[in-house]
Ligand binder design. Structure first.
Ligand code: UD1
Ligand code: UDP
Length: 365
């Protein structure tokens, strides 16, 4: 049996780890230990997804909670080290680019355990993003790198990573989308919220560059004040964002918008139902750029760059500057074509990425 510790910690990790755990269990070749670092801990940012996506209950929750980057990363490392020593795995597998990813990766390699990075090679080339630092460093120390799109291969080649360590397997987040699309279609969230198909836009925002910087946030909110005159805006708000605007002028403006519906974060199935039926998605999320590409729903990514360029070159995504006029210009362009945009499905985004990962690991390196 191959002993492997699988790590998850923050919201997008749960969608990525779900198909991987399933593939490992189905293969019969793996003895798994699922570790939740506790980076995200609210029911609606964590536990909910375990029930909805049938992820096994974590064997261990490190319960690190929130903190500065240094505190959070250090706390994960301190608590993860004895877990690795006790379980003595062949591999530690980490996904994505959050603080839990680099923290557990560092612990693994320093204990001489092989590190597997799922969703490797993505680059925004923007060191101002904490995720970019996490990605570059995790890839640098990983033994096996699983790639979601061609840019990942190109980036790793440019950084001198040997081809033999790199495997283009597709996108585990899309495995989850494909596995849950039918279930999501049965959600009653549209009726509950009195929304009509293509009659609303979905918003998510949580990047520090947008929501910790009040000047940038103001540019975005000012644009939403215009767009809400046209259509309903559904905004499941991330706790970082909610905390930042609580009691502020900007917060009051958000609450004053009659057509903007502010919600707590919603479950995966409700969220997928919302995005599937939306006219438009406006977001700064990484994963949602990929999901809208598969759904064929126009996505305005409110960022200066993306580490997921295939969502633009092949999908339905476009980058929009953090500037009220640019947001409105892009909105109007998409409105002019009736929110009808088309794209292609990127290579290997076919629901089978996790199976491919299990096969590669089962063969050994
Ligand atoms: C983290 C990831 C980011 C990812 C995002 C997904 C890092 C550096 N950032 O950002 O890459 O896109 O998750 O959602 O790892 N909070 C709660 N309840 C929770 C979790 C967080 O209230 O369950 C609040 C706390 O005030 C916390 C803040 O949100 O300080 C930020 O949480 P943190 O995990 O540090 O970063 P995110 O912004 O969530
Ligand atoms: N998501 C969700 N509920 C929400 C908002 C997002 O289930 O209220 C899902 C979304 O479908 C995607 C994932 O969360 O699968 C993306 O996570 P997030 O945007 O927090 O992180 P990022 O991808 O930016 O790292």
């Amino acid at each position: 049996m191959i002993k492997i510790i699988c790590v998850c910690g923050a919201r997008p990790n749960f969608m990525k780890i779900a198909p991987i755990m399933r593939a490992f269990n189905e293969s019969g070749e793996f003895e798994t230990l699922l570790v939740h670092t506790g980076q995200h801990y609210d029911k609606k940012m964590s536990h909910l997804f375990f029930d909805e996506l049938n992820i096994p209950k974590p064997d261990i929750n490190l319960e690190v909670g929130s903190g500065s980057h240094a505190v959070q990363t250090a706390e994960v490392m301190k608590r993860f080290e004895p877990v690795v020593q006790d379980f003595d795995p062949n591999y530690v597998l980490v996904v994505g680019d959050v603080n839990s990813t680099i923290a557990c990766g560092l612990v693994a390699v320093k204990l001489g355990v092989k590190l597997v990075h799922v969703e490797a090679g993505l680059r925004s080339f923007d060191k101002g993003m904490p995720e970019e630092i996490n990605r570059v460093l995790t890839d640098r120390i990983s033994d096996l790198l699983f790639i979601t799109e061609q840019s990942g291969i190109d980036n790793l080649k440019n950084e001198g990573v040997e081809d033999s360590r790199v495997h283009f397997v597709g996108n585990v987040m899309i495995d989850t989308l494909i596995a849950n699309r039918e279930k999501a279609a049965a959600s009653d969230i549209l009726e509950k919220m009195e929304l009509t198909e293509k009659g609303y836009a979905v918003i998510t925002l949580h990047r520090p560059s947008n929501v910790d910087d009040m000047e940038n946030f103001n540019e975005i909110i000012t644009a939403f004040e215009e767009i809400e005159k046209d259509m309903k805006l559904v905004f499941p708000i991330h706790p970082r964002t909610r905390n930042n605007i609580k009691g502020t002028e900007l917060g009051k403006r958000v609450e004053a918008m009659k057509n903007l519906i502010l919600l707590d974060p919603v479950g995966y199935l409700d969220f997928l139902c919302l995005t599937s039926n939306a006219a438009l998605v406006m977001t700064d999320s990484g994963g949602i750029q990929e999901e809208t590409t598969i759904l064929g729903v126009p996505c305005m990514t409110l960022r200066e760059n993306t580490e997921r360029p295939v969502t633009i070159t092949e999908g339905t995504n476009r980058l929009v500057h953090i500037d009220t006029d640019d947001i409105l210009r892009n909105y109007n362009e998409i409105k002019e074509v009736n929110f009808d945009v088309s794209g292609k499905i990127p290579k290997f985004w076919d629901g089978k990425a996790a199976e491919r990962i299990a096969k590669v690991l089962a063969v050994g390196d």
